[in-house]
Design a protein around this ligand. Structure first.
Ligand code: GSH
Length: 120
């Protein structure tokens, strides 16, 4: 029951987010292409209705970052990956691949700060 209410509330927040997102950051086609290539090296492990994930997805949208979203719902392959490779099942978590190394960044505020520093 609590889970259902939590998901319902999360769904409402997710809808409100989509309706109030505003505009994306604009770049030249060349700049955006370069950003897309970098974003391709990342993936966000998340739950659809988690408020911390919604906050993070909102920042990704505003920064115009086409980062793949991977649902870490129960029983999913991505949940197992997150637990085994990231170290714990907590979302959001940003998987960053760079120079042949993989980093798992937890905490919505840290993820947003990282993305703003790198792409804003
Ligand atoms: N301080 C964290 C909170 C993240 C958090 O509490 N995430 C919850 C979902 S809303 C979670 O992953 N819980 C583990 C689980 O449900 O298995 C952040 O800002 O990212």
């Amino acid at each position: 029951m609590i889970k259902l209410l939590r998901n319902l509330l999360g769904g409402i927040i997710a809808l409100a987010d989509v309706l109030t997102r505003g505009t994306k950051q604009k770049r030249s086609p060349e700049q955006q292409q370069a950003v897309n290539i970098e974003a391709n090296q990342m993936a966000l492990y998340q739950f659809f209705a988690c408020p911390f994930c919604i906050k993070t997805r909102r920042a990704m949208y505003k920064l115009n970052l086409p980062i793949e979203k991977r649902s870490a719902s129960e029983g999913s392959q991505y949940r197992t990956e997150l637990e085994q490779q990231g170290g714990k099942v907590k979302v959001p978590c940003l998987r960053i691949e760079q120079d042949g190394k993989v980093q798992w960044l937890y905490e919505s505020s840290e993820i947003i700060q990282y993305l703003q520093k790198r792409f804003a």
